[in-house]
Each structure stands twice: as structure tokens, then as C-alpha cells.
Ligand binder design. Structure first.
Ligand SMILES: NC(=O)c1ccc[n+]([C@@H]2O[C@H](COP(=O)([O-])OP(=O)(O)OC[C@H]3O[C@@H](n4cnc5c(N)ncnc54)[C@H](OP(=O)(O)O)[C@@H]3O)[C@@H](O)[C@H]2O)c1
Length: 339
């Protein structure tokens, strides 16, 4: 199976060619493609062939696609992995929409079913009118949610489930500090931790304090007005979504025997050992589909909501990425297709 950006490469050329040959309908689909690494100008809105679902895949008519920091990080730097021969590629790991067709061996889905999907293991991304997803990473969309809101769930939801619940082992009664509580990942972490019976402290700028309380944070620290180390100590877990200096300073507020979980960098293993803190970061092996199912179940149980900060039309993907890159997103930014 292809995985982009890491595994994008070898088969991508073949895939695009075969998609062009197999275009269903003369009009094709609108897609946003990056033609090289670089600034927002490398993203182009194009009409290309509609891809076909191969064995084990589901084709989704995309209603909305989530925007994540990883999208513009790959666009800018390819994370050192996307090279020019892999371009053009369609960004975006998150979609919500309706099942359009299924490949050989896929059962359980009917055309028109509303779904969310993670495209981290897909041949291409979701900034398009149609997307192909591995069947195991497609999940029924949460009942009662708009598809725009649902499109924000896959990356942030699976990240929190895999890092905080599965790897971090958050338990009832624990005290947790969420660094970056108002962002996409942080806001889900606050709610998932509350659903597990934790006491949650979160950092954010002052403008997000009421928002954080509204999603369940017990305490909010304005990181711009105070050093968090002066306000909190001895927590069972820090869940970090900020990285850099914030991650380095976070170790000091974890109790010995506690955990430091980060999705935004690599903890210093020697410092973690010296502090007797279990540090968790870097790629995780837990599969995406089961994690997404758990997150959808929480959403349907009313224990998880996503604030949609702003919706852009698909054609304005570059502006959407640049707004997210500014680092002030409250919840999620999503793209809406017009079909
Ligand atoms: N490893 C993985 O699998 C994985 C998966 C998903 C995301 N990530 C990474 O996790 C990071 C966060 O992703 P995201 O989607 O949550 O990003 P995001 O939604 O763009 O985060 C924006 C939020 O960060 C807050 N923030 C910025 N600086 C802060 C600071 N110094 N202290 C506290 N809060 C701060 C902002 O709050 P204010 O406006 O109040 O400052 C804003 O609400 C990114 O680096 C992303 O690449 C990793």
C-alpha cells in the first residue's frame, strides 16, 4: 500500500497515468495539487481525471476536507521526503463525504453512505472532489454531525486516541496538562481526557480561555501572561502539541513516574530518563481505522465536539493552509467542495 509522503513516490506516476486513462466522465474532477515543494503558490486548482477505487479501496465523493499543519509542512519542505519526481500530489489527510463506489473485496458500504476517512495510507490526498481511501480507514460519519465538522476529525482524533489513550494510557482521576489546548489536536485531547475522567489543565492565549472552559478544561493557563511552570507542577501526564521550547520545559512539570506525550517533536530521552518520566513521541504503530471508530463513538455520545474555525471553498486551499500556518486556529479549518 502507498503511504504518503513516505511511500507516495514509487507508484504515484503510475497511479496518475492510470487515473487519467480511466477517467470516469469527460468533465473529471476539481483537485488542488502541489507541483513542487514551496510556498502557497505551488498549489494549483486543476481539473483532472476521477480516480478509480482499486481492490480494498473506497471512492468517496468529498463534501469537505480537513486542513492540518502537516499539509503545509509537506508542501513547504516535504519533510525531506517529497521530491520533485513525486509531484504533482494532492494534499490532505482528512475527508468526509459519501461513498461513491468500492473496489473489489470491499463489503459493508453502499453508495450514498456518509463517511469520514483518514487518507494517511491512501494514494493521494483529500483536497479534491473525489478521494480514494483504504477501506480499513473509512468509518461511518458521526450521526448528527455536519460533514464539514466531521471532515475535521480524522487526523486530530486518531492522533489523540493513539497517543493519549493507547500509548499514553490516560486514566480516571489523573491530572493532565494539555499544551496548546485550543488547537485541533489540543481541543480533542481536552475532551477525550475529560471523557476518561481526568482533571484537565490547558494552556492557551487569553482569547481562548472561555472556549477551553466550554469544552471541559478545569483550569486554563494563559501562556503569554505566565510561565506554565509557575502555575502547575507534578502532573501525571503532559500532552504536548506545541513542541520546541514548550516541549523541553514541560518535562519539569511531570511527576516522577509520569508521562510526557508529544505529537510535535521528539523529547530528549536522556533528560526524560534523568527525570524518571516515560516520554512518548515520534511515529506510532497503532492503526488508524479502529482509532477513528473510537473517536466517532465519542462524538456520537456527545462527549466530543469540534469547533470549526473557518470554512474555505476548495479553490481557496492555499489561503486555508496559510491561515492555519499562522498558528492561531481555534479547533479546525476545513475546505468545502461545491458539488
Ligand atoms: N505526530 C502526529 O501524528 C501529529 C498529528 C497531528 C498533528 N501533529 C502536530 O501537532 C501540532 C499541533 O497540531 P494542531 O492541528 O493542533 O495545530 P493547530 O490547530 O494549528 O494549533 C493551533 C493552536 O496552537 C495554540 N498555540 C500556539 N502556540 C502555543 C503555545 N506556545 N502554547 C500554547 N498554545 C499554543 C494556539 O492557541 P492560541 O491562539 O491561544 O495561542 C492555537 O489554538 C502540529 O505541529 C502538528 O504538525 C502531529
Amino acid at each position: 500500500m502507498l503511504r504518503f509522503p513516505g511511500r507516495f513516490p514509487l507508484a504515484l506516476g503510475t497511479l496518475i497515468v492510470s487515473a487519467v486513462v480511466a477517467a470516469s466522465g469527460a468533465e473529471g474532477m476539481l483537485a488542488v495539487r502541489a507541483h513542487a515543494t514551496g510556498g502557497p503558490e505551488v498549489l494549483q486548482v486543476e481539473r483532472i481525471a476521477i480516480p478509480q477505487a482499486a481492490a480494498g479501496q473506497v471512492r468517496i465523493k468529498v463534501a469537505a476536507a480537513g486542513v492540518n499543519p502537516v499539509d503545509w509542512k509537506i508542501r513547504e519542505k516535504g519533510f525531506g521526503r517529497v521530491i520533485s519526481s513525486e509531484a504533482p500530489w494532492i494534499p490532505g489527510f482528512d475527508v468526509a463525504g459519501t461513498v461513491d463506489s468500492v473496489g473489489e473485496g470491499v463489503s459493508g458500504w453502499r453508495a450514498g453512505d456518509t463517511v469520514v476517512a483518514s487518507l494517511q495510507n491512501a494514494p493521494q490526498g483529500g483536497y479534491a472532489e473525489y478521494a480514494i481511501a483504504p477501506a480499513e480507514d473509512v468509518v461511518r460519519a458521526p450521526a448528527g454531525w455536519s460533514l464539514e465538522a466531521a471532515a475535521g476529525l480524522p487526523t486530530v482524533g486518531t492522533t489523540v486516541w493513539r497517543y493519549l489513550v493507547q500509548a499514553g494510557g490516560i486514566r480516571k482521576g489523573e491530572r493532565l496538562l494539555v499544551q496548546g489546548g485550543a488547537g485541533g489536536v489540543g481541543s480533542v485531547a481536552v475532551q477525550v481526557a475529560k471523557a476518561h475522567g481526568a482533571r484537565v489543565i490547558a494552556t492557551a492565549s487569553a482569547r481562548n480561555a472561555d472556549y477551553l472552559r466550554s469544552i471541559g478544561a478545569d483550569e486554563v493557563i494563559d501562556y503569554q501572561a505566565a510561565r506554565f511552570e509557575d502555575r502547575v507542577s507534578g502532573v501525571d501526564i503532559v500532552f504536548d502539541t506545541v513542541g520546541g521550547e514548550t516541549l523541553a520545559r514541560s518535562l519539569a512539570v511531570v511527576r516522577p513516574g509520569g508521562r510526557l506525550v508529544t505529537v510535535a517533536g521528539r523529547p530528549d530521552s536522556a533528560a526524560c530518563e534523568a527525570a524518571r518520566v516515560l516520554c512518548i513521541g515520534g511515529p506510532r504503530p497503532e492503526p488508524l481505522g479502529p482509532a477513528l471508530r473510537e473517536i466517532v463513538a465519542l462524538a456520537e455520545a456527545g462527549k466530543l465536539a469540534l469547533n470549526i474555525d473557518r470554512v474555505f471553498p476548495l479553490e481557496e486551499a492555499a489561503q486555508a493552509q496559510e491561515l492555519n500556518r499562522a498558528g492561531r486556529t481555534r479547533g479546525k479549518i476545513v475546505l468545502r467542495t461545491s458539488r
